[in-house]
Write a protein that binds this ligand. Structure first.
Ligand SMILES: NC(=O)c1ccc[n+]([C@@H]2O[C@H](COP(=O)([O-])OP(=O)(O)OC[C@H]3O[C@@H](n4cnc5c(N)ncnc54)[C@H](OP(=O)(O)O)[C@@H]3O)[C@@H](O)[C@H]2O)c1
Length: 349
């Protein structure tokens, strides 16, 4: 099974129009997608008309939520990918030419037109970012802000809390565990899917304890790691890990629901939070959140994040995959647990 590379435009002589690659969905799968559900197509890149901008993408983000957009169905966080059309997602690129006064050639911009090498669209869909903010433009695609608002706003983190993070070696989880510590958590516990990732959590990322969620009942592993219970659960997964967190949670505990990886990978119901009486008895709060409701925190977070990076108190873990043609396989690998940290695809140098 291979994603195919097709040519929708000829390029050759120096005078021929600019062409670039884009990724499309060729068929909507019944369950999880396979590589042949995607194709990589070479297309002609139009010149920007008045009010538009041409951007050469440098990096695009891969996010497990993209699987939901491939599969379709109810409660999607964004419009599903359409068969035969270019896919989309977060990306960062450089303005090559602009027909709008708000952006200039050379500006670095973030936007939602990933899964393609070049993006041409209204200037309004691009947001200029500071080129000097980070060592690599790819850091603008990180999920630190997701982790920050999940902890501070949804879970109302307090100094002294014991915090449990699932999918802790991933893009959001690796940030959530470290930010919880920097914001005063007394103990930070993470779960991940392999012994190597567990070692990564307690080693490089500085978690106090970690376990492999495949090692027997999650509730037993969590009790061992948190003998005095947990106060906050940063939930990336749902299912058994959510039920275990509720069981081990202290009175007035708070759960921030960031994602549902268990559903995103398995595409079936996962049993939900279990016995709701324990929510009542312990006066627990479960709050789902999305980043989009908290964008006003971006400047405040960015300032702290850059400070933590400068002083070396946070590790930014990133996996870089090269080339758009590798992106469909990398998306499938991402949800199978192949990578750690934030996964991005490098589209240009
Ligand atoms: N609320 C928001 O605004 C917001 C924003 C961004 C992302 N999200 C969501 O947050 C979640 C985390 O996103 P992310 O980008 O940080 O992903 P991520 O954690 O980097 O995702 C990849 C990892 O998920 C783990 N995983 C896959 N299936 C699993 C399962 N059934 N049980 C446990 N772990 C599983 C795998 O790690 P292991 O090897 O450890 O299994 C894999 O390496 C996703 O659900 C995403 O859609 C929400």
């Amino acid at each position: 099974m291979n994603s195919s590379l097709k040519s929708a435009a000829l390029s050759g002589s120096p005078d021929s129009p600019r062409t670039g690659l884009e990724a499309r969905l060729v068929a909507r799968p019944d369950g999880l997608p396979a590589l042949d559900n995607f194709e990589i197509v070479e297309v002609t890149v139009p010149e920007p008309v008045e009010g538009q901008v041409l951007v050469r993408n440098l990096f695009m983000s891969l996010d497990p939520g993209m699987l939901m957009l491939v599969v379709g169905g109810p409660s999607l966080p964004a419009p599903r990918y359409e068969v035969g059309a270019a896919m989309y997602g977060d990306a960062i690129g450089e303005v090559l030419s602009s027909a709008d006064p708000s952006l200039r050639e050379g500006d670095l911009v973030v936007h939602r037109l990933g899964w393609r090498e070049y993006a041409v669209a209204s200037a309004a869909v691009f947001r200029r970012v500071d080129r000097a903010a980070y060592r690599s433009p790819s850091l603008h695609l990180g999920f630190g802000l997701v982790a920050y608002v999940g902890l501070m706003d949804a879970a109302e983190l307090r100094p002294g809390d014991t915090v449990f993070v699932s999918s802790a070696a991933g893009a959001t989880g690796s940030m959530a565990g470290q930010i919880a510590r920097l914001k005063g958590a007394a103990r930070v516990i993470g779960s991940a899917g392999s012994p190597e990732k567990v070692a990564h959590l307690t080693g490089k990322l500085g978690f106090d304890a970690a376990f492999d969620y495949h090692d027997g009942p999650v509730v037993d592993r969590l009790r061992e790691a948190a003998p005095d219970g947990i106060d906050v659960y940063f939930d990336n997964v749902g299912g058994e890990q959510l039920r275990a967190a509720i069981e081990v949670m202290n009175v007035h505990g708070r759960i921030a629901v960031c994602g549902a990886l268990n559903r995103q990978r398995a595409v079936h119901p996962d049993g939900g939070p279990g016995d709701l009486l324990s929510l009542l008895g312990k006066r627990l709060t479960i709050r789902g959140f999305t980043l989009w409701d908290h964008l006003d925190r971006a400047a405040e977070f960015g300032e702290q994040f850059r400070g933590w990076l400068r002083e070396g108190s946070i590790v930014y873990d990133e996996t870089v995959v090269d080339g758009l043609a590798s992106a469909p396989q990398a998306l499938l690998d991402l949800v199978q647990g192949k990578y750690t940290g934030k996964t991005v695809v490098r589209l240009g140098s």
